[in-house]
Design a binder for this molecule. Structure first.
Ligand SMILES: Cc1cc2nc3c(=O)[nH]c(=O)nc-3n(C[C@H](O)[C@H](O)[C@H](O)COP(=O)(O)OP(=O)(O)OC[C@H]3O[C@@H](n4cnc5c(N)ncnc54)[C@H](O)[C@@H]3O)c2cc1C
Length: 522
């Protein structure tokens, strides 16, 4: 045995042992030693700034994201140690560090998963220029070869994509199955350091970060927590009602919450479908309405297809994912923040003066997560009502979201901005209509904006500027452009005519119409 019998496994968003083809690929090479490495991006701890207009740049991680990552890495290291291996965690430019490590430890080659994002793809190209790089498909339901079309023929709409996939794979069993975790791995190279090294140690400072209990679910990073959540959720009262509850705003179990673990690869989508299939087979024994529970739980599969769709879209588009407009056109350029000064900054901190939006942005900052419904609303408000370049919103989400993955995040933002596939003008959410439908009593907004608790339950909490304009509110001060004593804006950043019909009970007809006179249009 010589030192050339070492291989390097370069992990990215694949922080799991179960159903991770990277281990199988490593074992196929029969190395004597395996060096397993994770590289934190150079930008991890940088101050958060604005995204550059056309080039993909990884955003710094919020403390919430740092903590979730730290937990996931520590958990994986513990798992690898039980298999006779270990994990090395560094920070820097992977394009330089990986070849350098491979040289130092005389590695025969490097194994990594096929990258989805542009930055990761460029890093892999740089590594491949100086090392033997073996790329492996991982983290998706299907490999590229399993798609019933070539990537260039990716359907323009999600519905068409879903139809084609369901025709090719009529049930879950027909899809590629997950592979088991390895029982043992080759030993660690004698000279190689282990654990968190160098500047990556800054990650430890995130350990103290706590999720706000109002989020009702505290994410714990790592594969064991992910598998525990999977088993918890696959029950008639959760998965069996998923389609019915998935659009709610709050609660621990209205949606799966798999996203954060999927994003770091602590959980594989194939494992989810495999377990979902087993659960669905037992439904007749578990509940009285198995058909309804089957239908509801099957929607988890459909949502995972959305994830899949955005991934293939991102792979196909490359750098075009980060263009402001629709690929191939110049028609949809945004004038970044031209219309309303400070719009982006006030949106980020939840101080736009529109409680429905602010509640979402505050929840995101306090927990690192947001329901799909709220994501759609806050994104639509930023793009369509405030006129901010959608990429600024996507970059902020990238900084904040525990579940950030480049394809799902940038793909959803492009979709809402109308510059992705299936562009439609009607993806403009009416904030007040949405608020009335999903939070008619305003309980959700007061949960995150306690400044509004003095207002009676109902739509007044969604339009405090109207309530404050005809009520003498104790403590209200600051004039029309100021804030209340509690600090909350007295006026929304932007008023939209289309909201008015949904506020009829907040705007008594005898009071002067709220859209005229007192308030300036943004
Ligand atoms: C502006 C915007 C940005 C988003 N950014 C991300 C992101 O960075 N990472 C991310 O995983 N999801 C993102 N989503 C999609 C979706 O909001 C989250 O996947 C979902 O809210 C996560 O919660 P959950 O796991 O409980 O989802 P569930 O409702 O339980 O769905 C199950 C799984 O299906 C997938 N899924 C569901 N909806 C979508 C969707 N619209 N697009 C892609 N996958 C989906 C996710 O993997 C999710 O975990 C974004 C949506 C919007 C509107």
């Amino acid at each position: 045995m010589t030192s050339t019998d070492t291989w390097l496994v370069w992990l990215d968003d694949d922080l799991r042992l179960d159903d991770n083809p990277l281990w199988q690929a490593a074992l196929e090479e029969h190395p004597a030693h395996l060096l397993v490495v994770y590289i934190l991006p150079e930008t991890t701890f940088q101050p958060v700034g604005s995204v550059s207009p056309d080039v993909a740049r990884l955003q710094p991680l919020s403390v919430a994201r740092q903590r979730f990552l730290l937990e996931s890495l520590e958990s994986l290291q513990a798992g690898l140690q039980t298999l006779g291996s270990d994990l090395l965690i560094l920070q820097g430019d992977a394009a330089h560090l990986i070849p350098e490590l491979a040289r130092q430890h005389a590695c025969r080659g490097v194994i990594a998963r096929c990258a989805t994002g542009l930055v990761e793809q460029r890093q892999q190209q740089a590594v491949a220029a100086s090392c033997r790089l073996r790329q492996v498909n991982s983290g998706l339901l299907l490999d590229e070869d399993d798609l019933p079309f070539t990537l260039n023929e990716l359907p323009e709409t999600f519905s068409a994509f879903r139809r084609k996939l369901e025709k090719a794979y009529p049930d879950i069993q027909a899809m590629p199955a997950p592979v088991a975790a390895p029982c043992a791995l080759p030993s660690w190279p004698a000279q190689a350091p282990r654990g968190v090294q160098g500047s990556a140690r800054r990650l430890n400072a995130a350990r103290d970060w706590q999720s706000d209990p109002r989020g009702e679910h505290a994410f714990l990073g790592g594969e064991p927590a992910a598998l525990q959540r999977l088993e918890h959720y696959l029950s008639p009262e959760h998965a069996g009602q998923y389609k019915t509850t998935r659009n709610r705003l709050s609660g621990a179990d209205f949606s799966t919450r798999f996203s954060a673990w999927l994003a770091l690869g602590c959980l594989s989508p194939r494992r989810i479908l495999d377990r979902l299939h087993t659960f669905q087979k037992t439904l007749p024994e578990l509940c009285e309405t198995p058909q309804a529970a089957f239908k509801d739980s099957d929607w988890i599969r459909v949502e995972l297809l959305w994830r899949e769709y955005f991934h293939w879209d991102t792979r196909q588009l490359g750098r075009q994912v980060f263009l402001a407009g629709r690929p191939g056109t110049d028609s949809l350029r945004h004038e970044a923040c031209a219309a309303i000064p400070d719009a982006l900054a006030r949106w980020q901190v939840g101080m736009t003066g529109v409680p429905w939006v602010d509640a979402g942005m505050r929840e995101l900052a306090a927990t690192g997560w947001l329901s799909n419904r709220m994501r759609q609303n806050v994104a639509s408000y930023l793009i369509k009502d405030l006129g901010v370049d959608w990429r600024q919103g996507a970059a902020w989400f990238e900084h904040q979201l525990l579940d950030h993955d480049v394809a799902s995040n940038w793909g959803n933002w492009r979709y809402l901005a109308g510059v992705g596939r299936d562009p439609r003008a009607d993806r403009h959410f009416n904030m007040m209509k949405q608020a009335r439908q999903h939070d008619p009593l305003g309980h959700h907004v007061t949960r995150w904006i306690p400044e509004l608790e003095t207002l009676p339950a109902g739509m007044q909490r969604h339009a405090p500027w109207i309530a404050w304009s005809f009520r003498v509110t104790p403590g209200a001060s600051g004039g029309i452009n100021g804030t209340t004593q509690s600090g909350y804006p007295r006026q929304p950043l932007h008023l939209v005519d289309a909201w008015q019909p949904h506020l009829s009970d907040v705007t008594p007809t005898r009071v002067k119409p709220w859209l005229s006179g007192s308030f300036e249009r943004g």
